[in-house]
Design a protein around this ligand. Structure first.
Ligand SMILES: C[S@@+](CC[C@H](N)C(=O)[O-])C[C@H]1O[C@@H](n2cnc3c(N)ncnc32)[C@H](O)[C@@H]1O
Length: 269
């Protein structure tokens, strides 16, 4: 009986030990599972963060694309406006150039009326030749060419198409001061904006060299005692030309179309 009881105790001990071992194994397994669950949790959180940041980036790209789209449109609009503005500016410049030409033309018409009067038809007629110094944009050239004169227009600036196609017009884009005509001409006209003494010297040279018979030119008046100084300058031209031989006549006037200048008609008689 005692032997049987001892064997039972031993078996119970063994079962208990086995149960204990199984319990330990289960605990280990649970611990491992809990660690795994934590790792999965961390991974899920990381994935969620990645998804959120990808969404944010996508949103930012969308916004950038929208901003670029808008800025492209604004840039294109600005470009269109600039082109538009340039076209309007060019039109204004053309208008200004036409106005300048018409005003200059009116000035020469007034000079011809005032100085030549009824003699204009005889003194300015088809077949004659003229040089226009400082001709652009071409009002004076236009008037002379329309009266049938062959005109050489000297100016670095461009002539208007009307002046270019008004008749026998030749444009020389060069400095007017050193220019020498190949043959003497009937008329010299000069509307160069420069120091009056320099223009006076130029006109004198033309007459002394016999390059023209008569001239209409402008003298700008920047001097203080403008009319007295201008009168002295003209008297000196006449004296020097008469010293050089022959007689000349000189008429000068501040015309309606003249501002800070006088217009002069000088001719050999
Ligand atoms: C008042 S504008 C002449 C206007 C012209 N008479 C007309 O009817 O259209 C003066 C001109 O002189 C020209 N000019 C100024 N200095 C010059 C120079 N050294 N040689 C040639 N032209 C000159 C300018 O280029 C300008 O076109």
């Amino acid at each position: 009986m005692a032997e049987f009881s001892l064997a039972l105790n031993e078996e119970q001990e063994q079962l208990k030990e086995l149960a204990e071992q199984q319990l330990q194994q289960l605990k280990k397994r649970v611990d491992a599972l809990q660690t795994e669950i934590k790792q999965i949790d961390t991974e899920v959180k990381l994935q969620a963060q990645r998804v959120a940041s990808a969404k944010e980036q996508a949103q930012r790209f969308k916004q950038l694309a929208a901003e670029k789209f808008v800025s492209d449109i604004v840039a294109r609009q600005k470009q269109d406006e600039a082109t538009d503005q340039e076209i309007r500016l060019q039109a204004l410049r053309r208008q200004r150039s036409t106005l300048d030409r018409d005003l200059s033309a009116a000035k020469l018409e007034e000079a011809l009326l005032y100085f030549l009067g009824d003699e204009a038809e005889r003194l300015l007629r088809s077949g004659m030749s003229a040089v226009d110094l400082g001709a652009a944009p071409g009002g004076w050239t236009w008037i002379l060419a329309r009266r049938g004169l062959a005109v050489t227009a000297v100016d670095r600036g461009a002539l208007s198409p009307q002046a270019q196609h008004a008749g026998a017009v030749r444009h020389l884009a060069q400095d007017a001061f050193p220019f020498r005509p190949a043959h003497p001409v009937d008329w010299l006209v000069c509307d160069i904006v420069d120091k009056p003494a320099r223009v006076a010297e130029l006109i004198e040279r033309w007459f002394l060299n016999g390059w023209c018979r008569q001239a209409i030119f402008n003298l700008k008046l920047p001097m203080k005692q403008r009319y007295r100084d201008a009168a002295l300058m003209l008297a000196r031209i006449v004296a020097e030309l008469e010293d050089g031989g022959g007689r000349v006549a000189c008429t000068a006037r501040q015309l309606y179309h003249d501002r800070e200048e006088i217009t002069v008609w000088l001719r050999r008689i």
